[in-house]
Design a protein around this ligand. Structure first.
Ligand SMILES: [Zn+2]
Ligand SMILES: [Zn+2]
Length: 280
């Protein structure tokens, strides 16, 4: 069964309507799809939907769910930002979402109070690293993984998104993070250990792979093998932003997780329900 629990429509930074995303998922043989546009944040943002759009978003998802009932299971989802002290993911859960993808995109802030979005661009990444962290990449990585741990323990998303997001621009920036260094791997191991104690499922995110940013999935092989040893459940997501994305990764992702030692993945249903299915 092909499934995807991480997609974006025009409600955030996706390229097309909810309808178009769902139709493409059907065309590519997916049986379940969650729309997970970027949820609101209490500061200006280019890609997060405003709080007052959430009602229209939920209503559109409800209608889409009914409309496509006989063709695909549509889940009402959100990619929710973890922001320390706010418990936003817990709050969104009460609003009727089926599945919540938890992400750490914002780490610390600039002197003028602007949140540092580590995902935005390599230029922003370099600027934040220099201005906030005095080029101390280990400190930035430490803050990032500590936020992931805090998110998993305090805000309890269903899925932890793109665990190694901090490495997104590593290739482009000449490997400024030594991902094989003990210090860095210890950070990853601690985050995995905490995830293994929680109910949160680890996402295997295909977006960097099919965009050619990386040969690997996110997180990469070493991390997914460690996750497997710890008994962490995984799910495969396309982080789809355009209809054609659905056709670019599934088989490679299955081969990847099998090579890491997995023989089953988690699929989600309505209201956070989940089941494990065998892959072959
Ligand atoms: Zn994200
Ligand atoms: Zn996303």
């Amino acid at each position: 069964m092909k499934t995807c629990f991480h997609t974006h429509s025009r409600y955030s930074d996706g390229k097309v309507s909810i309808d178009r995303i769902i139709q493409s998922a059907i065309d590519h043989g997916f049986e379940r799809v969650a729309l997970t546009d970027h949820g609101p944040v209490p500061f200006p943002s280019e890609w997060n939907m405003p709080y007052d759009k959430m009602f229209a978003y939920l209503e559109d998802l409800k209608q889409a769910k009914d409309k496509y009932r006989n063709k695909i299971l549509v889940l009402k989802g959100l990619e929710a930002d973890f922001l320390p002290g706010l418990k936003q993911i817990t709050f969104f859960r009460d609003m009727g979402f089926d599945v919540l993808v938890g992400s750490v995109h914002y780490v610390n802030q600039f002197d003028d109070g602007t949140p540092f979005n580590i995902d935005k661009s390599s230029d922003t990444f370099i600027k934040g690293l220099r201005e906030i962290y005095n080029n101390d990449i280990q400190k930035l990585a430490q803050d990032y993984y500590h936020l992931v741990i805090e998110m998993v323990t305090k805000d309890k998303p269903d899925i932890v998104a793109h665990l190694s997001l901090i490495e997104k621009y590593n290739h482009r920036l000449g490997g400024i993070i030594d991902t094989e260094a003990k210090h860095y791997r210890d950070l990853v191991k601690i985050a995995l250990y905490i995830i293994s104690l929680s109910d949160t499922v680890l996402e295997i995110n295909a977006r960097s792979f099919y965009r050619g940013l990386s040969d690997d999935f996110v997180p990469g092989m070493w991390t997914v093998k460690e996750a497997q040893k710890l008994g962490i459940d995984i799910t495969i997501n396309g982080d789809v932003h355009a209809p054609e994305d659905f056709g670019k990764y599934w088989k490679d992702a299955i081969d990847f997780v099998k090579a890491a030692g997995y023989d089953e993945i988690v699929v989600f249903g309505e209201k956070g329900n989940r089941e494990k299915i065998k892959i072959n």
